[in-house]
Design a protein around this ligand. Sequence first.
Ligand code: FAD
Length: 385
Amino acid sequence: MAVRAEPGLGQAFSRAEIGAFVDEVVAPRAAEFDRAGRIDLSMVTEFAARGLWGAVLPTTEGGTGAGMTALALVHEEVGRGCSAMRSLLTVHSMALYALDRWGTEAAKSRWKADLVSGAALGAFCLTEAEAGSDFTAVRATARHEGDEWILDGHKLWVTGGQLADVLLVFARTANGPAVFLVDAASPGIRRIPVSGITGTRGSQVAEIVFENCRIGSDAIIGPAGMGLAIATGVLDIGRFSVAAGCVGILQACLRASVDYANTRHQGGALLREHQLVQQMIATIATNTRAARLLVRQAAQLKDAGSPDTLMATCIAKQFAATSAVAAANDAVQLHGARGCSDEYPVGRYLRDAKVMEIIEGSTQMQHVLIATDACRNQARVVDVE
Ligand SMILES: Cc1cc2nc3c(=O)[nH]c(=O)nc-3n(C[C@H](O)[C@H](O)[C@H](O)COP(=O)(O)OP(=O)(O)OC[C@H]3O[C@@H](n4cnc5c(N)ncnc54)[C@H](O)[C@@H]3O)c2cc1C
């Protein structure tokens, strides 16, 4: 896509500012994007004007953000309004983060400014038919020949794959797993749009096929053989963003449930006066706060440079995603038949939340990681000062 955008204005983000933007510009279009299975490209420019595409990098690194606590706030607020836009922001942020942390100087000078400003959009290509939760099973290959790498492989479920200008691609090389930042306009790339997904329908998912795709030597991100370590680092950022996005879904479920319970009468009383309805609202409210605090702890550990952030992020993602599904389920329940119609957003929240339990490491994979860590570290307490 060829949207040109002014560099981001936002140097730091306040909840009030981003929240107002989401309420006025993003949330009102979410149902339309869901129905159409695509976003309106004006959204790319709107996000660019607020510096959101570059928020994953602090200003000291040429980005528009102010650290991971601010990033969580942005992704929570966007996720509250539209999970499809948040998903696009997530994968873009993963590509930009990888470029900044491991990219060659040539790749940075080619892509970084455009990714920060939103003039180019990034996507993340890891999953294949055989490589799902077990990403060590990647079969895509990259051969080094002269001044070029030659990519072959078939990637599935690429969020933003229909739109992206730059693809972060995981492949095997003679020296082990590696990561490449690929110009999506390179010859030998075919995109196959995917439709009819349960949730995040506007996120323009595609399959991407690489056939004898020739890219420059400097397209490699980090040395060949370091691919699994880079995947872990990039997935941590994706997981963190999804966790924050799930807090947004929880908050949206709380708002919708409270609004409905405050106005609907049954059995001679407002819904909010029925104790079983109160139980649902109380659980959503409690889990929203708990998930937000878990994401904040993961953010603070990231900002402090602590390796404990990896596990804190797994825990936050697991809790936020499962709580978002439960909250959206209750929100539909509380709306009765209307919850099953397009008239209210809660049905979309439920479909979007379910996707969050699968992407960036499924709930089961988080359970495996969390239990392994808890047993290895003998139930150690991790706290933030
Ligand atoms: C809307 C959407 C967008 C996506 N976007 C992207 C993207 O941008 N880029 C990308 O690369 N991928 C993307 N994905 C793919 C996603 O990351 C994978 O679907 C996910 O990693 C799970 O892989 P899988 O679907 O092959 O399931 P599988 O790995 O086959 O898992 C199937 C089930 O088995 C469970 N399971 C698997 N292994 C274990 C185990 N060891 N222990 C316990 N349980 C296990 C899983 O939890 C799951 O419930 C997207 C998926 C969706 C639905």
